[in-house]
Design a protein around this ligand. Structure first.
Ligand SMILES: Nc1ncnc2c1ncn2[C@@H]1O[C@H](COP(=O)(O)OP(=O)(O)O)[C@@H](O)[C@H]1O
Ligand SMILES: [Mg+2]
Length: 254
């Protein structure tokens, strides 16, 4: 059964897009059919895959407003399928506001492809808006990247309580799969944030931290996931280990 994973944190620059692409690639490289949904109007995920968001005429926006089907928008890039985004998506927020069932529009759309994919990974915008809520309603599980630096934990309780509300009111299936501490280094600060994080979240898996490395920036320049760019690096291995956990989670939930 297809499993949908939302990668979310309303803070920007915490590693959502990097983690979405790395985990999706790692899972796709294992032979699974993976669809990526770019739900950020900035189109960073789309850009990471080598496409210029500004020149795209068909995006996830057109699907959300019921203008085009998934097939009309989907792009095949290597072993991944992408529903790309660009700035058009920022209009969706307002346009969908008066729709009946506005929180479950993405969920309904993804149901139409559930027999064709094993996994859907949704990259979210840096906000807790209607787009993010749509992704939480569509998801079976959430992955939360948290930057291990000063103020990195700020906003996490709001995110967790939002997830809780969505679970109670809109999507009883929603599970927090785990937290990925990102951009960790050997500073005292990084370790302190990690310790504080672990002591603050009791029942949530905290994965082994993903280290800060220039390889991530190099991989973006090469338009590749870090997993494909430097497969044997520590960071690729860290993401591959988390991907293994996702596969186990999928099997247990099936
Ligand atoms: N482990 C890492 N080491 C170094 N730079 C990273 C790492 N992870 C992400 N980055 C960089 O940090 C910036 C923000 O990451 P990104 O994944 O775009 O975050 P978000 O999607 O949450 O805004 C990007 O420039 C990205 O290349
Ligand atoms: Mg992003």
């Amino acid at each position: 059964m297809m499993k949908t994973i939302a990668v979310a944190n309303q803070k920007g620059g915490v590693g959502k897009t990097t983690s979405t692409l790395a985990l999706a690639s790692a899972v796709a490289n294992k032979g699974y059919n993976v669809c990526l949904v770019d739900l950020d109007p900035q189109g960073s995920l789309t850009l990471s895959l080598g496409l210029n968001p500004d020149t795209l005429e068909k995006t996830v926006y057109n699907i959300l407003i019921n203008e085009l089907t998934v097939d009309e928008v989907a792009l095949k890039i290597g072993n991944l399928t992408l529903l790309p985004a660009n700035i058009d998506l920022s209009a969706a927020e307002i346009e969908l506001l008066n729709e009946i069932g506005r929180e479950s529009i993405l969920s309904d759309i993804l149901k139409t492809i559930s027999n064709r994919f094993d996994f859907v990974f949704i990259d979210n915008p840096p906000s807790l808006n209607l787009l993010t809520i749509n992704s939480l309603v569509a998801a079976d599980g959430v992955i939360i990247p948290i930057e291990t630096k000063f103020l990195g934990l700020r906003g996490i309780s709001l995110l967790l309580s939002t997830i809780d509300k969505v679970r109670k009111k809109l999507n009883r299936n929603l599970e927090i799969i785990g937290i990925i501490p990102t951009m960790s280094d050997n500073t005292v600060m990084s370790r302190e944030v990690l310790d504080e994080l672990k002591s603050n979240v009791d029942n949530i898996t905290v994965y082994k931290p993903v280290k800060r490395t220039v390889k991530v920036v190099e991989s973006s320049v090469a338009y590749k996931s870090i997993v494909d760019f430097k497969p044997s690096s520590d960071i690729a291995q860290a993401y591959k280990n988390i991907a293994e956990d996702l596969l186990k989670w999928q099997k247990n939930r099936a």
